[in-house]
Design a protein around this ligand. Structure first.
Ligand code: ATP
Length: 424
């Protein structure tokens, strides 16, 4: 896969040109290599270069101009250095023009994309950071596209307009789950090479609403109970860096909370497989067939009431280096469905066994307290145990508080402000 010719140089009596190309190495990693062609005829050598450049210019999927956002504080705060040392030289070699914005605050990239950015100038947007940074860029781009087309995001059934720009991810965060699940590795050089050769991978995007109010989009994990609690706790210890997730994980596991509520879901069409069919996602294209509106009859909805330690909706495998097969190993990237995993209340030991299976080859769904469904839409309503104080018993019951905490949803690493949600 040629990137471009680099240089023609005359040495003694012969001419040589070297070409850069992408080489696949082990573990999904890509590297840039060079091959040198020698020739004693300068005119012929120049012809090679010209023909190669002509062929390359025909490849319209390769970006020529990119808008880059760098989060200097993501992960181990190496975003800027990673970009300057590993990524910018590759973009330069490929002849890509870049506008680089180092973010100065949270939501800087999102706000810039929503309002100021002149998107006509670019072939794509690149985020250097973690999943939170990717989510910012995604929200900025999707919101801008809907605003430009007059689509009201607050309408849960609104037909969203697809974004014309692609998003590239240079991993420089704490977990980088979205990069790992789409590229197969968290390696900035590999990601930069995927971007310059114009690789693309469609992804499902879920919209999350509370009544008729839009909350957020999700591309990886919507997690309630265990993962919501881990995120809430880890946010309080951001100063710890990536280690905050380990600490929060241990604390949340030890507190062993469960939450009561009702999950209602619309199952996926029969032809899209199921979360345990062991069919690896090989998707690189969303066909119109997959996007067709399916059955939406209220009789097709299933309802499950219970006490749950965790409710997870995985739009992709959610694989990361710690859990190489992810929360739902066979979730597809772009099939219009999510895998809904319900972990009912169980003993601490059983829950530990379930968690442990995310790190080995055993089937984490093979427990009596776990069920998993491939779904097109779902809703969650928490059970609200209303507290009525004794003095109020003479009065009609009023909502004075809740006897149990309601927990919170983690939506791609952000806490949602509501617990009762509708997801599509
Ligand atoms: N300049 C900035 N100052 C403070 N916060 C920022 C800045 N730029 C971006 N952010 C916010 O930082 C949050 C976390 O960033 P990011 O996702 O890059 O790193 P991370 O949280 O360490 O990694 P991961 O999300 O993979 O766990 C994002 O939600 C983003 O909104």
């Amino acid at each position: 896969c040629l990137i471009r010719w680099s240089m023609g140089m005359i040495k003694a009596s012969f001419v040589s040109d070297f070409f850069s190309y992408v080489r696949r190495t082990q573990q999904h990693q890509w590297r840039c290599s060079e091959v040198t062609f020698h020739c004693d005829n300068q005119a012929l050598c120049e012809e090679w270069v010209q023909v190669t450049n002509e062929q390359l210019s025909l490849l319209t999927n390769r970006p020529k101009s990119l808008l880059v956002y760098i989060n200097p504080f993501g992960g181990k705060r190496r975003g800027k250095r990673i970009y300057e040392q590993k990524v910018a030289p590759i973009f330069r070699l490929a002849g890509i023009a870049t506008t680089v914005i180092v973010t100065e605050r949270a939501n800087h990239a999102e706000d810039h994309l929503k309002t100021e950015a002149n998107l006509d100038k670019y072939d794509g947007v690149v985020c250097v950071g973690g999943d939170g940074m990717f989510s910012e860029v995604l929200h900025g781009l999707v919101a801008r596209t809907q605003n430009d087309h007059g689509v009201d995001q607050n309408q849960p059934d609104a037909e969203l307009v697809p974004c014309s720009l692609r998003i590239g991810i240079i991993p420089a965060g704490s977990t980088d789950c979205i990069c790992f699940a789409t590229v197969g590795t968290n390696d900035p050089v590999t990601s930069a090479l995927h971007i310059v050769v114009g690789d693309s991978q469609p992804m499902d995007v879920c919209s999350v609403h509370h009544n008729d109010v839009f909350l957020r989009y999700s591309v990886s994990l919507l997690g309630y109970g265990f993962y919501g609690d881990v995120l809430s706790d880890s946010e309080r210890n951001r100063w710890l860096g990536p280690a905050r997730y380990d600490l929060a994980g241990v604390k949340t596991f030890l507190s062993h909370n469960y939450y009561e509520g009702t999950v209602t879901f619309l199952p996926a069409e029969d032809d899209v497989g199921n979360p345990r069919d062991k069919l690896q996602c090989r998707s690189s294209d969303v066909s119109e067939e997959k996007e067709k509106p399916g059955k939406d009859d209220s009789s097709d909805w299933n309802e499950i009431h219970g006490k749950f330690i965790a409710i997870n909706a995985a739009n992709m495998s959610c694989a990361c280096p710690r859990s190489p097969k992810g929360l739902s190993p066979f979730a597809h990237l772009a099939d219009g469905n999510a895998d809904l995993i319900l972990v009912r209340n169980c003993s601490r030991l059983d829950f530990f066994k379930h968690l442990l299976r995310h790190t080995n080859k055993d089937d984490q769904f093979d427990h009596p307290f776990v069920e998993v469904h491939r779904v097109r839409k779902f809703r969650f309503e928490p059970e609200r145990h209303i507290l009525v104080s004794l003095e109020d018993l003479s009065e009609p019951a009023t909502k004075t508080g809740y006897s149990t905490p309601l927990g919170s949803w983690s939506c791609d690493g952000e806490i949602l402000p509501e617990v009762a949600i509708q997801v599509r």
